[in-house]
Ligand binder design. Structure first.
Ligand code: ARG
Length: 565
């Protein structure tokens, strides 16, 4: 959005300094505070011999201002420029009006395919905070790719295979209850799993039975597979409901169980590369040379392991989807596993090995609900909704006006969880804190939603008196608050691009918070109703644009934008 201004500055400076236009454009920044200028060049970044302070002074004095760049002054090694704010404002607001919900989106990914693998919980085990992080970070990444024109595929790689599913089957005979299974498969399978694991500690023969059962699953025994498939299908059906609450839909439910024949090919390739050693009938992948240890890839009974399955799945995914890129959103606790996996596919010479990317994230400490520290996603969402609902009820008058309080509370609770999760760099661990995240003030999800609803209410109240007019006279937006909003709106396309580049959710979250703060201060000072008609129209166009961008951003991070609360 600032391109026109940057080029204008750079073209003149190139003549004065001898530096290439492109280098100068790259050295132009939007200062954090615009007290000294709207755009600034840091002279040392141009790498020109001489005293930067003196050079800045000389070039600022020589710079000829015009209609677009209206002022140039130096401060220390910087040159600060004033731009024609009206030109920027007109351009930004009309752009947003034209593109609306797609403002900032690009077609950069056209013709390219990306798979984003995320969430990937384990059947019969708790959906813990780590899975929640993968789920919401992964969904953001998926949405971002789509917004940039990629053919994006969301994939859930379930933990649905291994000896523990043999144990689960054995456990179901003893502890299973058909009604409970149908009512809440995720919870019931977990209960069965906990009970049978405890029993197996006392009675080791149960472990032998579990191993035998799993072996029959691997050998394709139909009866064994039928029961397992039922557990899987019921769990997926239940997960789908919960994901829907988070506005998430998986294009593919894959899973460890789905990996097939490619594992045999992978094993042969690993052996041919001399990476396999044998020990007591088991096969080990030796990556010691790369400081990645020695890991089993085949047990002595011939069954496969987590790592084997990931390598096999990589090959099958490529053969099936022919992707240009694949992203694995997996906890940093599995960094070692992911490194071994990526090394292995590289060493066996898969020509597409460089299309794989691991996106990791840190731990969440202290996430618990009243039911205890074993947390299911459902519990989490229910609890945040309840707490939110209580907060809403405290303001009786407002509460009466909310059309669907249940749903609003649900969305607010989810907003709180998601925004807190995305507030810091992915890799950082954080402490879960209900109190902090549910506040309507500060850096929270409810605060952003609240700002969105305020913008919606400005539009609602203007209806009938003022219209959203793309040709409104924006020269009437003279307040500094207006310029703050406009600069932020102008930066949104860059924010999306930067978030996609770094895959750091905090980039877009900090932007949303900053925009929300700018909107909050403008609302106090710049009223629509009661202002002269032409001023009201210009202001409404500005608020309408801010609302469109906030809605756009909320949707990308996976939240339903609330229109009232
Ligand atoms: N199911 C695994 C877990 O819960 C996560 C799977 C991650 N994805 C992968 N391709 N390994 O730990």
């Amino acid at each position: 959005m600032f391109d026109e201004f940057k080029t204008s500055i750079a073209t003149q400076l190139a003549v004065l300094t001898g530096a290439p236009v492109k280098d100068i454009v790259d050295a132009i920044e939007i200062p954090r505070s615009n007290a000294h200028g709207d755009l600034a060049v840091t002279i040392p970044r141009l790498r020109i011999k001489g005293n930067p302070v003196q050079m800045a002074k000389d070039w600022a004095e020589a710079f000829k201002v015009d209609e677009v760049i209206t002022n140039a002054v130096s401060t220390g090694p910087y040159i600060n420029f004033r731009i024609n704010r009206q030109v920027l404002t007109r351009k930004v607001l009309s752009d947003i009006h034209k593109t609306q919900d797609k403002y900032g989106w690009t077609n950069e990914g056209a013709g390219k395919r990306v798979i984003v693998e995320f969430s990937s919980p384990n059947i019969a085990k708790p959906f813990h905070a780590g899975h929640l992080r993968s789920t919401i970070i992964g969904n953001l990444i998926y949405n971002l790719y789509k917004a940039n024109g990629w053919d994006a595929i969301s994939m859930n790689y379930l933990g649905d295979w291994g000896k523990q599913y043999g144990l689960l089957a054995v456990g179901f005979e003893r502890f299973g209850n058909e009604e409970k299974l149908v009512a809440d498969p995720i919870l019931h399978l977990f209960e069965v799993y906990v009970a049978i694991s405890a029993a197996a500690k006392e009675d080791d023969s149960l472990n032998d039975r579990a191993r035998a059962y799993f072996k029959s699953m691997e050998d394709g025994d139909e009866a064994a597979l039928a029961l397992w498939k039922r557990f899987r299908d019921l769990s997926i059906a239940k997960y789908k409901d919960t994901y829907a609450r988070l506005n998430i839909k998986f294009d593919v439910y894959s899973g460890e169980s789905q990996v097939g024949e490619a594992m045999t090919r992978a094993m042969t390739m690993l052996e041919e590369c001399g990476l396999i050693t044998e020990s007591e009938g088991a096969k080990l992948l030796n990556l010691e040379k790369y400081k990645l240890g020695v890991t089993p890839v085949k047990k002595s009974d011939g069954t496969t392991l987590y790592l084997t399955r990931d390598i096999g799945a990589a090959i099958e995914r490529f053969e099936k989807y022919d992707f240009d890129k694949i992203i694995y959103v997996v906890s940093s606790q599995q960094d070692m596993h992911m490194k071994q996996f990526l090394k292995a596919i590289d060493l066996i010479g898969l020509p597409y090995a460089n299309r794989f990317q691991h996106v990791n994230y840190g731990l969440v400490r202290g996430m618990s609900t009243r039911r205890g520290t074993v947390v299911f996603l459902d519990d989490m969402l229910r609890e945040s909704k309840e707490i939110m609902h209580n907060v809403m009820r405290e303001n009786e008058k407002k509460y009466e006006q909310v059309t669907d309080p249940e749903h609003t509370a649900d969305v607010l609770g989810i907003s709180a969880i998601i925004v807190q999760d995305m507030l810091a760099k992915r890799i950082k661990d954080y402490d879960f804190d209900w109190k902090r995240i549910l506040s309507f003030e500060g850096d929270t999800g409810p605060y952003i939603q609240y700002t969105h609803t305020r913008l919606c209410s400005i539009e609602r109240r203007a209806q009938g008196t003022v219209k959203v007019n793309p040709d409104a006279d924006v020269s009437l937006l003279t307040e500094k608050h207006a310029y703050e909003i406009v600069t932020l709106l102008a930066q949104y396309p860059d924010v999306l691009a930067n978030t996609l580049r770094s895959l750091e959710p905090c980039t877009i979250i900090h932007y949303m918070l900053e925009l929300s703060r700018a909107v909050s201060s403008a609302i106090e000072q710049m009223r629509v109703l009661g202002a002269p008609e032409d001023v009201a129209e210009a202001r409404l166009l500005m608020y309408w644009s801010a609302r469109a961008v906030l809605k756009n951003a909320l949707t990308i991070i996976g939240l339903e934008p609330l229109t009232c609360m």
